[in-house]
Design a protein around this ligand. Structure first.
Ligand code: SF4
Length: 398
């Protein structure tokens, strides 16, 4: 947006007139990291403007505005007007806050990354209407709203024209796609309709679905992906816990049996499919037995890798009321156990495919003489750089 508005992008280590820090509320240390970055900027370029935006800026605007050196804090809606805010900015003593209550945030702003033309992340949905008890995202991003299928198709065509080969569909609660910019479901579109429509776009070779709630990943979607040449055999499905009691305390909308059914159907139709799992350890009330239930459940499931998160307290969430709290050292031990399990799962999954021929999309950048790409089922391949393979899908023996 800023480049279109006449600004020029610099590397972070160059001196710039304006620094924009996009904060995250999922990161445990958002506050500390933000302070450190502002200090670094102040040392290097004391005359520069510092703008803070992103989820943490929406959640704690006042706290952030009090960090010495910050000039402007932009909330969830105002970040989309960043260009005009920056033009009006004067270096002064106190930071300006431009943000509103999250309930008032509406409208949908599409965006996609253009760092590497090989693969782009296309945002089709924002916000979330769920109430998971550990999560601050609905407070930072507002109600669930989406783009129209017509607009998404237009973006996909534009990306195909600019040479992009792979689109990763992203959203805060992607499977909830279909609610309009005001958060109401006024049309009949849903995520399955979007998948079917994108499958027909000429020029895009590959799609991935970034992360989808298990209760929203329908059999129709799984069956369609199994028969599609363009939707890759790769799902990322948050589980969070393998204990039904903990899932209830987390206010998740499924039980472990549903999760196992989804994984079973995927592997029955696509035995080669990669499945990634998000899991939280040390949630309040998680006993040793319940952690073991999660461990054993994941051990028994035919999944390929885990993203393990250690539970940490977040202001204004319902989970703060749940007891007993799990000691931090126990949380860390549980994290380590699941990381080991993830490593073994990944090794096993990769070894299962050794010797096979699969299609690899190679990326364009050279790093120490090497290049990287991913198979359809998300195995990372590294090989000596060859320019003619950059941004191409190559038949590859693993
Ligand atoms: S589905 Fe739950 S965890 Fe995911 S963004 Fe919504 S509230 Fe947060």
């Amino acid at each position: 947006m800023l480049e279109k508005d006449g600004f020029e992008k610099k590397e972070f280590d160059d001196t710039a007139d304006v620094y924009v820090i996009n904060t995250c509320s999922v990161t445990d240390n958002a506050d500390k990291e933000c302070r450190q970055l502002v200090r670094r900027i102040q040392r290097r370029a004391p005359e520069s403007m510092v703008v803070i935006t992103g989820c943490y800026a929406q959640l704690k605007p006042k706290e952030i505005s009090e960090i010495p050196g910050v000039d402007l804090v932009l909330g969830a809606a105002e970040k989309f007007n960043i260009g005009s805010h920056i033009r009006e900015l004067v270096k002064g003593d106190s930071a300006k806050i431009s943000s509103c209550d999250i309930e008032e945030v509406s409208g949908f702003n599409a965006s996609y990354s253009l760092n590497d033309r090989t693969r782009t992340f296309l945002k089709v949905q924002d916000g979330c209407d769920y109430t998971c008890s550990f999560c601050t995202i609905p407070m930072a991003r507002g109600k669930s709203r989406s783009d129209s299928i017509e607009n998404v198709l237009r973006h996909a065509h534009d990306l195909a024209t600019s040479g992009v080969k792979e689109i990763v569909l992203t959203g805060v609660n992607l499977g909830d796609f279909g609610k309009g910019p005001d958060g109401n479901k006024k049309n009949e579109e849903d995520f399955f309709d979007l998948v079917k429509a994108l499958d027909k776009v000429e020029g895009i070779d590959r799609y991935r679905i970034s992360s989808i709630e298990p209760n929203l990943l329908t059999n129709d979607i799984i069956e369609f992906v199994a028969n599609s040449d363009k939707f890759m055999p790769h799902f990322h499905i948050p589980l969070q816990s393998g204990s039904n009691k903990i899932l209830g305390l987390m206010r998740r909308r499924y039980k472990r049996e549903l999760y196992a059914d989804r994984v079973g159907l995927i592997k029955q139709l696509m035995p080669h499919c990669a499945i990634g799992v998000d899991v939280i350890v040390g949630f309040p009330g998680e006993t040793e037995e319940e952690f073991k239930e999660t461990f054993d459940f994941l051990h028994s499931l035919d999944v390929s890798y885990l993203h393990v998160f250690t539970y940490s307290e977040r202001a204004n969430t319902q989970a703060l009321q749940i007891t007993p709290v799990v000691p931090v050292n126990v949380r860390n031990d549980r994290n380590k156990s699941l990381r080991n399990l993830s490593y073994m799962k990944m090794q096993y999954f990769t070894a299962q495919h050794a010797g096979e021929n699969r299609k690899v999309l190679f990326e364009g950048h050279e790093k120490e003489g090497m290049m990287e790409g991913y198979t359809d089922n998300y195995i990372r391949i590294t090989t000596p750089f060859r320019q003619e393979w950059a941004n191409q899908v190559i038949d590859w023996k693993i």
